[in-house]
Write a protein that binds this ligand. Structure first.
Ligand code: SF4
Length: 278
């Protein structure tokens, strides 16, 4: 089902995680449908391998009772009313309540409540959907695989408000039809799986130029594969393609430019121009 702005009405909790991490990443994935595997995403799949297997079943909300033993993995909860859907890694009982547990690779922050903001929203949406579906949920956990820590999150009115505001903002950004500006000199970018599509430093450099107090240093792109090379195509309306002579061809009407370096189709290009500037 689509909303009137052309976006799917049902927003996955994972996309709200991306939105809080970086609105541009959310836009690239949710609106433009971009996805690229990286070491981090592959490691994330590995962390989820066990919890992604459907096991155990979730009793109906009206059958939930104190003393019931529940351990259900890889289940989906949704709400048409809220326009949200979430895949829960695990939902188990704790002191008569339903507790979602979200598995994450890596570790939580050392300060605050031990949860990254993006993880707080994703787990919060899982708790909201558990409640919306009639389950008694007052608490959830993020399990950080690197430190093997379960970090609790309590259901509060403030958390509910935060989720509501975040959903509204994410829908507005998606409906705007204009990709948000990249983060500036952010440590998040080098590890972002879409850095080669987003090109945060390059877009920032070209759109901002040198400004006092703002770094315009363009950090080098690291190719994800040993045999890949970063390729910068900086003329507008230029496309790239391979040709029979095993050379990479860049085209910009009406001229055709040939790169001097030999190139084989098996050699991946780890970068390409962002579709739209900020
Ligand atoms: S590279 Fe940085 S600015 Fe671009 S989508 Fe990823 S986190 Fe956002």
């Amino acid at each position: 089902m689509e909303a009137s702005d052309g976006q799917p009405e049902t927003l996955p909790a994972r996309m709200l995680n991306e939105f809080v991490y970086c609105p541009r990443l959310f836009y690239l994935e949710w609106v433009q449908g971009e996805f690229v595997e990286s070491v981090d995403t592959l490691d994330g799949h590995r962390t989820h391998r066990r919890v992604d297997e459907e096991r155990g079943s979730l009793p109906k909300a009206e059958e939930w009772a104190e003393g019931l033993k529940v351990r259900a993995r890889a289940l989906s909860l949704s709400s048409d009313r809220l326009g949200l859907v979430a895949k829960l890694d695990l939902l188990e009982d704790e002191e008569g309540k339903a507790c979602p547990v979200d598995y994450k690779r890596g570790h939580g922050p050392k300060d605050g409540d031990g949860l990254w903001d993006a993880d707080r929203i994703q787990l919060g949406v899982q708790m909201l959907l558990a409640r919306e579906n009639g389950y008694p949920c007052e608490r959830g956990y993020v399990y950080y695989a690197e430190t093997r820590q379960r970090v609790p999150l309590l259901w509060t009115e403030a958390l509910e408000r935060l989720i509501t505001e975040t959903v509204v903002r994410a829908r507005e950004v998606a409906a705007e039809g204009r990709i948000p500006a990249p983060l500036v000199d952010s440590p998040k970018c080098p590890r972002c799986s879409l850095v080669g599509i987003c090109l945060p430093d390059e877009v920032g450099f070209l759109s901002r130029g040198p400004k006092e107090g703002v770094s315009v240093e363009v950090r080098p792109l690291l190719a994800a594969k040993d045999d890949a090379l970063p390729l910068y195509v900086h003329r507008s309306a230029t496309t790239t393609s391979s040709c029979r002579s095993s050379r990479l061809r860049t085209m910009r009407c009406p001229s055709t430019y040939r790169l001097k370096a030999p190139w084989s189709p098996s050699k991946a290009i780890c970068s390409r121009s962002a579709r739209e500037g900020p």
